[in-house]
Ligand binder design. Sequence first.
Ligand code: GDP
Length: 436
Amino acid sequence: MIIVIIGAQWGDEGKGKVVDLLADRFDIVARYQGGHNAGHSVYVGEKAFVLRLLPSGIIHEDKTCVLGNGMVIDPKAFFEEVDQMTEQGISITPERLKISSRAHLILPYHRALDHTSEERLGNEKVGTTLRGIGPAYEDKAGRRGIRVSDALVPELLKSRIERNLAEANRVIVLYGREPLRSDEIFDEISVLAERLRPFVTETTHFLSEAKKANKKILLEGAQATLLDVDHGTYPFVTSSNPTAGGAAVGAGIPPHHITGVLGIVRTYATRVGEGPFPTEMLDEEEETANLIRQRGNEYGSVTRRPRRCGWFDAVATRYAAELNGFDSVALTKLDVLDALEEIKVCIGYEIDGERIETFPAVSQDLEKIKPIYERLEGWKSETVGITKVEDLPTKARLYVEFLSNSIGVEIGLISTGPERDQTILSLNSVMESWFK
Ligand code: GDP
């Protein structure tokens, strides 16, 4: 059984919590794209874990985790995270963490290039996390990237760093920054590569054997659907494919081995960084945005950047459902809306006076969108920690049903707080069939 879990909106839907909650039902948790630009916050009792590169499953000591070939890995950031987790009492050994030999490395010059690339774009900058992820993917597509397996051969690592840095330094200097030294990079990375060696695995074979042995595998998407480099709000997107198709490529598994896809949908929307956001709460809705930001702790888990907040966008989420083929949805953060008098849901778009029902490809069009809203009454009472659908206020239930109908997918889990047990787990028949 292989299940993909993907954020349906612009990220931070609360995947971390859902994956952590469902991890018990799986043997292996794998990531398939992105790097340490992801940020999941998981709360277990008194402990708070912030995961960037490692899958959320790592918190469960009996799970094996995989960093797939579709990822880009900064070895320094990787060991910082491993050391941090070890300090918090989580043991991370090569037995329970496998890194694909085909994943690409993020090197110090990628970080420098991330800065220069954003400077070059000026007003059109993407608002990246400046961690070198985009430039590492550029090198991958440009066929000059350095893979984990290359780093294990010192002569190869050395010559590749020298070749790539000669080019990178030209750009770095052009933007008035200090050139980097290839001997320093090699000295740093070769030591880290040796530390990586025991974790390096042929992960396609590992996952294939696991499937044959009837192991249950969870593929954990980072970022989210509308940030997909092909399908998102291009160019304001991430540089990889978080969507379900990307899971097969990035984990190195046959697409038809995927049993099902679970979409993580939040009861409202947020976005970090630049780019179109049709339902953003602006001007007179600033106060509502602040309230949601506070109640929902809507600040980047890695960067602490305040997230832009907006209403639920059924057009965008329906698009995510079509694109990923959501079999079921986990709805998060219902409790955050407890305080609202009225809740708006965007049910259609109008561009230049014309009504459209589909999500447009062009970001200029997205900027022009006038959302068409349905207004629903708020329930104005506490739902924090509720664990049964019957205990929800009627208006909250109506809101949940409205969202489910508007995207055309059944909801199998409702999250009513950040803790594991603050959850309504009313598995629908699809999810029951996965976990039977
Ligand atoms: P992810 O990247 O999609 O995992 O999202 P993050 O973990 O960065 O952000 C989600 C934040 O919301 C975290 O602080 C979670 O603990 C928190 N969270 C998740 N689910 C809920 C929920 O149902 N209610 C509330 N109030 N907070 C939640």
